[in-house]
Design a protein around this ligand. Structure first.
Ligand code: GDP
Ligand code: MN
Length: 303
């Protein structure tokens, strides 16, 4: 095969099954990273999916802050990849540097201001696309999008999501915090980008100019969409599914064929949606279905 410098891959043999580890399916874990959290790394290392079937890809913004992130990430990666046993090493690790710096202020309140969203989310879309298109291989079965500030997931995250056998499936992203009222540790919804479209959302979109976007989770843009974050039932079945129209990028498993068919993260308004929400729309336009697991929680760092 290598002799003639021709690589043959039979895409028919590339599978996505409900037993991905047993069937030796390659999973590409992709993380855009503007901050390095040791908790993210520890959680990643704790995942029980076989490492020799896992590839990791990171994209880090340019600039000083990015340099610091790369340093920490490299140290962490080297410690693992130097392991003498093959099963302790990831199949491959790619670190990309973005061509641009991250949007100036990364303070949570600035990041989340509505006027900052279009620029920030469209830059994020470009970063996700660069990462995806530079790392997706002909042998990749699944892509797990996992944000750098997702610090706690079940160890079986990949297997649990894959078991549902969906083209796109998102976990429900919550956050741990100290509840001042009850004086107890508590949890609250974090990612509002997993949603079901509403009549009101569609009506709102129909009033917008071609370059205008809707981003979910803002009082200024009342969509009355059903948000998966609000469907969490602590006593409910972990495997309960709900069909979605928009997804966030915090923890979402995608069959690689969805990306291979062309579903990416629009940095421009696509049906008035961008980035991960636009991706869900694009996957649906390609004929795939998008799901979420309201009772299956992962946790976002509390800044
Ligand atoms: P939020 O949780 O919705 O506030 O969004 P974040 O700021 O956490 O961004 C989502 C993901 O993208 C996280 O993994 C960040 O580390 C990462 N990120 C944020 N800004 C940038 C950026 O400018 N470039 C890159 N490469 N990653 C970024
Ligand atoms: Mn985040």
């Amino acid at each position: 095969m290598a002799k003639n410098h021709i690589m043959h891959y039979n895409m028919n043999l590339l599978e996505t099954t409900v037993m991905p580890a047993f069937n030796k399916e390659q999973v590409l874990v992709l993380t855009p990273m503007s901050k390095f959290y040791p908790e993210y790394w520890d959680n990643l290392l704790a995942l029980s999916y076989p490492r020799e079937l896992m590839e990791l890809g990171f994209i880090v913004p340019r600039g000083k802050a990015g340099d610091e992130v790369v340093k920490k990430l490299e140290t962490a990666v080297k410690a693992v990849q130097r392991s003498s046993t093959e099963s302790a090493r990831f199949a491959r690790v790619t670190i990309l540097r973005q061509d641009s710096e991250s949007v100036e202020s990364q303070l949570e309140k600035d990041r989340h201001a509505l006027k900052a969203q279009k620029e920030r989310r469209s830059k994020m879309a470009l970063a996700r696309n660069s990462l995806l298109f530079s790392t997706l291989g002909p042998f990749t079965s699944w892509v797990l999008w996992l944000d750098a500030d997702v610090v706690e997931t079940p160890k079986t995250l990949i297997q649990d999501l894959a078991t549902h056998n969906k083209a796109v499936i998102a976990a429900n992203c919550y956050q741990r915090y100290y509840n001042e009222e009850t004086k107890k540790n508590d949890i609250r919804p974090y990612d509002y980008n997993n949603w079901v479209e509403s009549e009101e959302g569609l009506r709102l979109a129909s009033t917008l100019g071609p370059d205008e976007i809707i981003v979910e989770g803002y009082a200024e843009l009342p969509t009355f969409r059903a948000l998966m974050a609000h469907f969490y039932d602590p006593h409910g079945d972990l495997s309960t599914e709900m069909q979605l129209d928009g997804v966030g990028g915090t923890a979402v498993l995608v069959k690689a064929e969805v990306h291979r068919d062309g579903a990416m993260f629009p940095s421009f308004p696509f049906y008035h949606l961008i980035e991960t929400e636009g991706f869900a729309k694009m996957a649906k336009r390609l004929g795939y279905q998008v799901f979420g697991l309201p009772n299956y929680l992962v946790y976002h760092y509390n800044e």
